[in-house]
Design a protein around this ligand. Sequence first.
Ligand SMILES: [Zn+2]
Length: 469
Amino acid sequence: MRAITIAVALCAACTHAPPPRGGPKPLAIVGATVVFPERDTGTTLGDATVVIAGDRITAVGPRASTPVPDGAAVLDGKGRWLIPGMVDGHVHFFQSGNLYTRPDAADFTALVPYAQEVARNKARLPATFAVWLASGVTSVIDVGGPFWNFAARDAAMASESAPRVETTGPLISMVARPQLDLGDPPIVKVESAEAARALVARELPHHPDFIKVWFIHREGEDLAAQEAIVAATAEAAHAAHVRLAVHATELETAKAAVRAGADYLVHNVFNEPIDDELVQTILAHHVLVCPTLFVTTGYPLALSNQWQATPDEQRLADPQILATMHDLDHIPTDKLPPRLARFVAEKQTVPPPTVAMQNLAKLEAAGVTIVMGTDAGNIGTLHGPSVFREMALMRDAGLTPLQVLRSATTNGAKAMGRDDLGAIAPGKLADLVLLDADPLADVANLSHAVRVVKGGAIYDPKALIDRIR
Ligand SMILES: [Zn+2]
């Protein structure tokens, strides 16, 4: 028999909803410090009990006044912290993070043909899903790839151990990337508003969660004409109630993207300091911003053979990918395109993305909704544990641990367009991470997951990784 939870009106942290009928054995996480990243004050509740029935949270309150239902499984939370499952707001399943995954940027196809790389990435999806969950990331947004992205979303939904996945199809692009075209290209060049609308129309039957524009502007090109293409894309997406995500990494393209109707800027501005005009239009249009700080250093680190796995990556990344990250140790220089050979020979210092970090601080201070995201899958940015590199850079940019955690949970849920994710409260989905260190003391503690819960199911991170070895 399931005990009935009673609302305790006197305690602000105690909120209870009736448990759903049926479902498997309830779960209670007992004694943990619950973190509420959506709050500005009262952000923790020590010695708490969180009750889960089926895939939802049914009660959150002090242990002393929150009963554990009869027959519930109990997870000991003593000396631990409980946060909402994290969201990575920017990933790509068609890319692996290794050297062979973007032949348009770095051509290693003489060593590993691109078709082989993509086939591997498709076949390895279950492992990629597992590394996300093991990293405490219970939801990801794939912001662009081939049409088989939609099948990847279906595969995640059908999988026993995968994050929740939102996705879009091919990037509606200002430039062509023939190197990536195996018949189902991830990037499709459009030269007119009509062509953009036609590509949106091809994607809509697959129910994309976003439409994505790759807004690449090169000197001498007609920015107004490009903005008109973005505006037409926005109009077509919005008419179907689908939001528009835009890659725009320069101040001028970011402004144009927001004017044209972008809902989600999937990168920060990297080329120059942002100005008040951009900040004000972002706020006025309620645009979400995903800074993706690490990805721009991931490329040069990996391509100059200076990339080193962090301890988190050694523990949580796909072992198959880790095993290839230093292939440049064995590739003779004369087998490399000259540009890459120079990269390896010179081993230039790779600085942090200072301008983008300063821009992030400015956006955060102005009250812009910041969404943590890695751009995982790009060279040097591995699926899963790259979130810890990203959040360390956000901290270095000046964000507080609470702001970083909020970007990865509360705001991640906003990017997902979901009000049932991103918080620990009755009625929310039971996507949680149990940590053995305080995430509000140091964002590095966010990698200390001892258990990950998704939809009420409990996962041991180590067991998830052991299974894919
Ligand atoms: Zn991306």
